[in-house]
Design a protein around this ligand. Structure first.
Ligand code: ZN
Length: 228
């Protein structure tokens, strides 16, 4: 083995160690040394969830769904289908409150309630203990992270996402493809208004794999486990 190759291996091992041992609360991507990516779907369960599940099943991909408590209550049947297909479930809080624009004085207690209510609904309806969460709009201010941490959550944002933008599906597909890289976390939505992704999700999965990447859940990408 050449000296440079040896140095590269040592460097990679050190990077992996730092990456996985550095327990953080907020994540926006996985380890840049590992050829893995994760697909995440927010705001469901909704009317597009079944189609997303069909595509993921056809391609044998496991994804992470950040569900809204209120939608789990209203469409428990669809949420259970996500579980039945062995996907990972995270919390997207209860009712999609935008804490960037929430100006009422009870902001911290409102956050606590939104997180706790979603946690309880997901546990009651689906039997799942969530420890991964994503605030609506990717809220990541320190007070939000602190509240999430106190309730046993890791906050997972994304490295790329734009399925709500008003552009052609082909253009969107190209942008997603260009964002494929080690540790990428892709944000998408299983909602009918974001249905452009449905037209290219299957191809996108093929393209990720053609480039040699493995598609894994968030807990696998980030090596996270439920806090005790
Ligand atoms: Zn959302």
């Amino acid at each position: 083995m050449g000296k440079i190759k040896k140095i590269n291996i040592v460097f990679t091992v050190i990077c992996l160690f730092v990456c996985y041992s550095n327990a953080k609360i907020l994540y926006t991507r996985g380890c840049p040394e590992v050829k893995k990516v994760a697909l995440t779907f927010d705001d469901g369960p909704g009317k597009a969830t079944k189609r997303v599940l069909e595509i993921l099943k056809e391609k044998n991909v496991k994804a992470t769904f950040f569900m809204l408590g209120v939608r789990v209550e209203n469409d428990t049947e669809t949420a259970k289908k996500v579980i039945a297909d062995n996907h990972e479930i995270g919390s997207h809080t209860y009712k999609h409150v935008n804490f960037y624009s929430y100006k009422v004085a009870d902001k911290i207690s409102k956050m606590e309630k939104e997180i706790l209510k979603a946690k309880n609904v997901i546990k009651d309806k689906l039997g799942v203990d969530t420890y991964l969460m994503r605030f609506p709009y990717g809220y990541s201010k320190p007070e939000g992270l602190e509240v999430a941490q106190k309730q046993g959550y890791y906050v997972i944002n994304w490295s790329f996402g734009m399925d709500w933008k008003n552009i052609l599906a082909q253009e969107m597909h190209i942008k997603y493809k260009q964002a494929i890289r080690n540790g990428a976390i892709f944000l998408m939505h299983d909602l009918p208004k974001n249905d452009k992704i449905l037209s290219f999700l299957g191809d996108f999965i093929d393209e990720i794999r053609m480039d040699g990447y493995e598609i894994v859940t968030i807990s696998e990408l980030l090596n996270l486990k439920q806090k005790i």
